[in-house]
Design a protein around this ligand. Structure first.
Ligand SMILES: *Cc1c(COP(=O)(O)O)cnc(C)c1O
Length: 365
């Protein structure tokens, strides 16, 4: 029995009511910064529990525009996680700033205990990444940021509805960045992103930045970007937003089941699941003996496991100018030993069991 990784065809294959919504939307011609976008932004802010939400054209731009709004630029250093997806680093570099990496802990996220040692007079902001669905230790990071008066922009692209001490990802920093990319937990049919913030000032500036700095049709107040969330995608967003809680609940349920069963296999090690954290499992990653051989075995059996990511971003060719020969031990360890299995809301019990049995069979041979 095959277990696919992508569930997009299941998710969007049979949604006649969404097609009806899209059809009537097209007839309005309200394509740019239209009414459904405003509705989506209000719904998103409500879901996360912030005062504002600003729709932009990707999660990458959600980070980039947040940095830009804080006047970060050439020569500024931004502290971020060595263990992340390329987008975090791309956003920092695109505005001319320099990424300064911090190794992760066993929960895939920035080891907050190291942060103070890399702060200097050039440091302008901290961008923690809530990786795989875990959360960075924001309580500790917040007190460091306050001590040095540094703003925090949370990369929450993989962790929508994750919580630490009951407080959601994206609500700790001056702003939080989310992605609506098709492969993210809350997704639309193309690229999309959202910035959340409680600051009125930041909200106004972000709205200018995403729309060429236009105050109105004829007046440009600051130079900005073309980075609006498509109103068409906002219609899709409005359809999926009411399902957000249920989607994360089901992922947590599936992960709990896999933890319990895979945890009985001695060659598999389940990462610590802290009880003060709500982990939303954008990725379900565990540590495995003979990881590469297990991956190959799973693929052969039709169980579509993946590695996130085989080469850490900081080791990529493009990052050599910033990193040189520095190595980040924990990040490297996870890149060598972790494997991700499907964990999404559309999996059946039978498919979850097939994942477990495939792993069992590999170690039994
Ligand atoms: C997906 C992702 C982003 C950016 O998302 P896009 O919407 O694809 O631009 C940023 N950071 C992390 C950690 C991500 O996983």
């Amino acid at each position: 029995m095959a277990v696919r990784y992508s569930y997009l065809r299941q998710q969007f294959g049979d949604c006649p009511e969404l097609w009806e919504e899209l059809k009537s939307f097209v007839l309005t011609g309200d394509f740019t910064l239209g009414a459904p976008l405003k509705e989506f932004e209000e719904g998103f802010a409500k879901l996360i529990g912030t005062k504002h939400a600003v729709g932009v054209n990707s999660g990458t731009d959600a980070i980039k525009l947040s940095l830009k709004a804080l006047d970060v630029g050439q020569g500024d250093e931004i502290i971020t996680a060595a263990n992340t997806f390329v987008a975090t680093v791309g956003a920092i570099c695109e505005i001319g700033a320099t990424p300064v990496f911090v190794d992760c802990n066993e929960n895939f996220c920035m080891d907050v205990g190291i942060v103070e040692s890399v702060i200097n007079e050039r440091t302008k902001a901290i961008v923690p990444v809530h990786f795989t669905g875990y959360m960075t230790r924001m309580d500790k990071l917040l007190s460091i940021a306050e001590k040095y008066s540094l703003p925090i922009i949370e990369d929450a692209c993989q962790s929508i509805l994750a919580e630490l001490h009951g407080r959601q990802a994206g609500t700790w920093g001056i702003s939080g960045a989310f992605s609506l990319h098709p492969l993210k937990n809350i997704n639309v049919w193309s690229d999309g992103g959202v910035i959340v913030t409680d600051s009125d000032k930041l909200d106004s500036k972000l709205r200018l930045l995403r729309n060429h700095g236009l105050v109105d049709r004829d007046h440009v107040k600051i130079l900005g970007y073309n980075s609006r969330l498509d109103t068409f995608q906002a219609v899709v967003g409005n359809w999926i937003l009411p399902q957000a809680r249920q989607i994360s609940n089901q992922r947590i349920k599936n992960a709990t089941y896999l933890d319990e069963r895979l945890g009985k296999i001695s060659q598999i090690s389940i990462p610590h699941r802290p009880s003060d954290m709500r982990i939303v499992f954008h990725l379900y990653s565990v540590l495995a003996h003979e990881r590469d051989a297990l991956l190959e075995f799973c693929i052969k059996r039709g169980v579509e496991a993946k590695i996130h990511y085989p080469i850490p971003i900081y080791k990529q060719e493009a990052l050599v100018p910033f990193v040189g020969n520095r190595r980040f031990e924990k990040t490297d360890f996870l890149a060598r030993n972790s494997i991700s299995f499907p964990c999404d809301q559309h999996l059946t019990m039978r498919e979850l069991d097939e994942i477990v049995e495939t792993v069992q069979d590999f170690y039994a041979t």
